[in-house]
Write a protein that binds this ligand. Sequence first.
Ligand SMILES: [Zn+2]
Ligand SMILES: [Zn+2]
Length: 344
Amino acid sequence: MKALRKLAATHEHFELVEVAEPKPEPGWVVLDVIYAGICGTDLHIMHNAFPSWPPVTVGHEFLGRVASTAGVGVTGWVVGDRVVCEPHSLACGICHLCRRGHAEVCMHKRSPGWGIDGGMAERVHVPAHLLHRVPAQVSDLDAALCEPTAIVMTALERTPIPPGGTVLVFGPGPIGLLAAMAVRACGAGRVVLVGRPSSQSRLDLAQRLDIEVWDSTQVDVVARAQEITSGRGADLVLETSGAQEAVASAIAALRRRGRLCVLGVPDSPTLQVPWATAMNRALDVTFSLSSSWASWDAALALMAHGAVHPGPLATVFPLTRWQEAFTALSERRVVKALLDPRAP
Ligand SMILES: [Zn+2]
Ligand SMILES: [Zn+2]
């Protein structure tokens, strides 16, 4: 079968190659991949800016159908089931994080796509206990974006949404767009996506999704946040950009006793932030990483009810045209790229 692999730990060493079919091990299943999503992490893996264990098939976000349940001890799944899969394979199960139910941040975890073979292939081999069934009414395109939606839902498990409150989402990338949709679905009053629009396509998409956008190069975000909240400031900010200016402006835009939830990965190890303002406002600050087990079901439930509809973010490329997809994504010509291994 065809698989997109990082063959060596050198810069940009990706290649579409023929590999042997995976054989189901005890407790594991083989999936026929429907779509595999490319995310920022994959670009980092390509450029050796994220750890990987080559040679390895890339892709940690995928939708598939169960192709084989021949692995010993696999119960509850039949061939043909449409599923998504948490990327928390090889979590140890015995460390203090696993025992607290946080296998997603286990230090021993090796995910498909960098630690073990991933989903940018015709088939992928994954532990059955990480699967989630996709409800019938959820489209393939929506379900293919379950992983980034679960990332957002995990952040919302950690940071409650103020009912009817004002929420700013910094960063108009896929996570920011999904966060704006999810926050709106979960009871916020006014939701604004704030960012420096790196491309017109992202702004157009936000508009099509009926999301209010403030261009931070044009709007005084802090003044505007106060203006729409009778001088108080925003109740909650979700920071998805990782940019220093965005973090500073997020803190300045919040009200006293407001909440900041951080999802954006910064480009540099340290950021200068207005710490005194954060202290003076008695802010609650939460950092959210990876996706919990419960967040996957929450993401699928919101999609099933039509409350979150990620499909429009996606542009599909055949797996054979993976280079085009990676380039389009890194040049920000598309918001989210999916690879289809079934397409010619
Ligand atoms: Zn990802
Ligand atoms: Zn562990």
